[in-house]
Design a protein around this ligand. Structure first.
Ligand code: NDP
Length: 475
């Protein structure tokens, strides 16, 4: 038993993760339900490091040094449970089972509890960065016991992406915390992508710009505050030409966005926790709208009653869109970090939000220069209740508010849908409002359902006898 770590499940992700371990000098036990994948890994990449292939799960477990560290990288859901059930009787107390697939965090909480009862550590781990990240350094978000991180942390940090020499991996929190943070990461990714898509749409409508020209604008933006992987690849994609037709590639791609479900999980959880993550929710619904074919076909008859774009200063318009994009993006992150804080409270996780922003700087899809600013904000104030209210962001977003309002209002006047830009601005105005119209909601609720209300001028909970003499009494 000499392997330092094992990977079971050798499809694209597991295969690349195993190669990443091996390339970092670890002896890696490898296993897959069907042996062909194990054989092909060894045939294609066996020379990259020290692999110990096994055909059976029992041999695989036996090849691992104790405490055994087994990474499961199979299809999320039932297959993960099937592999865990197969592993349990083969493992010994103190061994560590790592689920690096895209599990839903309630499943991770359930599995952690079950394995703890067997004296095993269960580490639900978020891994972001796709197959390229898995091979060359992903962002890694491990949950589970602190004790297991003592054993596992150094190995995971070793194979993770590095930014300024700092690993994009840190202990997140107990049981489902790692998968939860990965879920919110994906939700933020949805928002980021939708915001970029809306910016593209505005530049196209407002300037009549070609995909190539918009790609050049994005490439320029990537040199400033917006510098990020998603802006970079958008610039690249927009400038790509379809070989078959000679047209801009994006112009031949069908406008129907698909989803695997992590955005939906994020929104569902936000509803459970009562956290307004409007940017992520609008981004998720925007994908759904794009795929609502019968409705879109029927909707073509709807009158636009819209104005015409009349952009007189091209550069000023581009800068307005850039500022609106930046401000909306900060809102999406601020909301996502609120959701992490709310879940930490709900599930008893001690999550360092600044550290989460730090491990998202490299390896993952939302990697961006501006994450440094988020880390700094939480370092200034770990208890920060609103990321937007950190002095740096208050100023940065404040500088863009006028542009943001111009863009959202012009989009509305001219009939361009900007659900994420618009809802983010509405959130900004909502969260900064001295007084919201929720007073009216409370009055209505008390009227029809005796749901009571509080007063601004004295403490207590009150109800008014609406159908009687309208006297007020303390509830
Ligand atoms: P898939 O999700 O396509 O899963 C295929 C793997 O699961 C194969 O190794 C397959 O074995 C195994 N498997 C399926 N059912 C069972 C079962 N009942 N028992 C045992 N093994 C089973 O592989 P990916 O590499 O794409 O993803 C792996 C995990 O990583 C998933 O949870 C995914 O969500 C997650 N992930 C994926 C990313 C990506 O970019 N693809 C990014 C981040 C995370 P066999 O060969 O025998 O069929």
């Amino acid at each position: 038993a000499r392997a330092q770590i094992g990977v079971t499940g050798l499809a694209v992700m597991g295969r690349n993760l195993a190669r990443n371990f091996a390339r970092h000098g670890y002896t890696v036990a490898v296993h897959n339900r069907s042996y062909a994948k194990t054989e092909s890994l060894i045939a294609d990449h066996g020379d990259e490091g020290d692999f110990v292939p096994s055909e059976t799960m029992a041999d695989f477990v036996a090849s691992l040094a104790r405490p055994r560290k087994v990474v499961i990288m199979v299809k999320a859901g039932g297959p993960t449970d099937a592999v865990i059930d197969e592993l349990i009787p083969l493992l010994d107390e103190g061994d560590i089972v790592i689920d690096a697939g895209n599990a839903h965090f309630p499943d991770t909480r359930r599995r952690e509890e079950a394995l703890r009862a067997h004296g095993l550590h269960f580490v639900g781990t978020g891994v972001s960065g796709g197959e390229e990240g898995a091979l060359n350094g992903p962002s890694i978000m491990p949950g589970g016991s602190r004790e297991s991180y003592e054993w596992l942390g150094p190995i995971l940090e070793d194979i993770s992406a590095k930014v300024d020499g700092v690993p994009c991996c840190t202990y997140v929190g107990s049981d489902g915390a790692g998968h939860f943070v990965k879920m919110v990461h994906n939700g933020i990714e949805y928002a980021d992508m939708q915001l970029i898509a809306e910016a593209y749409d505005l530049l196209k409508a407002g300037l009549g710009a070609s995909a190539q020209e918009i790609g050049e604008i994005f490439a320029e933006w990537n040199k400033g505050d917006l510098e990020s992987f998603l802006i970079e690849i958008t610039a690249d994609v927009l400038q790509h030409v379809d070989a078959e037709t000679g047209k801009a590639f994006v112009d031949i791609v069908l406008d129907r966005a698909e989803q695997k479900g992590t955005g939906r999980w994020t929104v569902q959880n936000a509803l459970d926790l009562g956290v307004p993550i409007t940017g992520i929710a609008e981004a998720t619904f925007a994908r759904a709208l794009s795929g609502s074919t019968p409705q879109r076909e029927a909707g073509r008859v709807l009158p636009a009653v819209a104005g015409e774009w009349n952009v007189t200063d091209r550069d000023a318009f581009i800068e307005d869109v850039r500022l609106a994009l930046y401000s909306s993006k900060v809102v999406a992150y601020s909301q996502g970090f609120d959701q992490i804080a709310a879940a930490a409270e709900e599930f008893g996780w001690d999550i360092d939000r600044g550290a989460m922003a730090r491990i998202w700087r490299g390896g993952c899809i939302i990697r961006a220069r501006f994450l440094n600013r988020i880390t700094e904000a939480y370092e200034r104030n770990p208890e920060l209740s609103l990321l937007l209210a950190d002095p740096y962001f208050t100023e940065a977003v404040g500088n863009g508010v006028a542009a943001w309002r111009r863009i959202v209002s012009q989009a509305a006047l001219n009939g361009v849908p900007t659900p994420a830009f618009s809802s983010s601005l509405a959130y900004y105005d909502g969260v900064r409002a001295e007084r919201l119209p929720a007073n009216v909601i409370q009055a209505q609720r008390d009227f029809f359902g005796a749901h009571t209300y509080q007063r601004v001028d004295k403490a207590g909970v009150f109800h008014t006898e609406w159908s009687g003499d309208r006297t007020e009494h303390e509830a």
